[in-house]
Design a protein around this ligand. Sequence first.
Ligand code: DC
Length: 235
Amino acid sequence: MQKIIVAVDGYSGCGKSTTAKAVANALHYTYIDTGAMYRAVTLYFHDHYIELNHKREVQRALDDINISFVYNEKLSRPETYLNGNNVEEEIRKMYISNNVSQVSALPEVRYALVAQQQKMGKRGGVVMDGRDIGTKVFPDAELKIFVTADINIRAQRRQQELLGKNQLVPFDEIVENLKMRDYIDSSRAESPLLKAVEAFELDTSYLSIDEQVEYVIHLATDKMLHKHRENSLLD
Ligand code: DC
């Protein structure tokens, strides 16, 4: 079967990553969490006291950053590494969530990470989730999904997820964080969060994870068949 690129974009906490990860597993594709890359940069900037409005300092820091994903067989998930250290747990903490949108709005940061993402996905067979995958990173992706959900439901899910990691964060604080990130992510000058014209909209408010995954797999299978037929005609 022909390998395609599945671009999954949308707001924070809509179930993008959960869906994208499960779709990648089912299709035997590589899952790439681009949000984790922005979070890893945010952690590095935090630990090294990088001034966000100091362009040269930002660029020098970016040159020193190496982000990779290593599959953890025991937990059946890819984990994020920053300069050789596993930062998967750290980058999900609230102090990172509170700063990641400001960091990811910086053009220097976006140029560096978009280039790396394009390299990672260029051979296809990937499910990539983020904010600008279908519009900027892979505008020619065969399948684009735009995920949305009701803000209260998103906040409930995020609260449960944090509780699962023993982090008790008040509901209102989570709602505020989501709203702030939605605002910054959608209004930034450099590749803002936008629904690509040809993207399929997936509202997960009242769907189970299985239903979301099934929906995307169904569309992906269609696209793979389509690509296969097109290539057979060219042969
Ligand atoms: O998917 P996430 O919530 O882990 O993403 C964290 C932040 O990173 C999000 O608030 C916006 C930013 N981001 C981005 O600007 N572009 C992407 N492709 C992915 C994430």
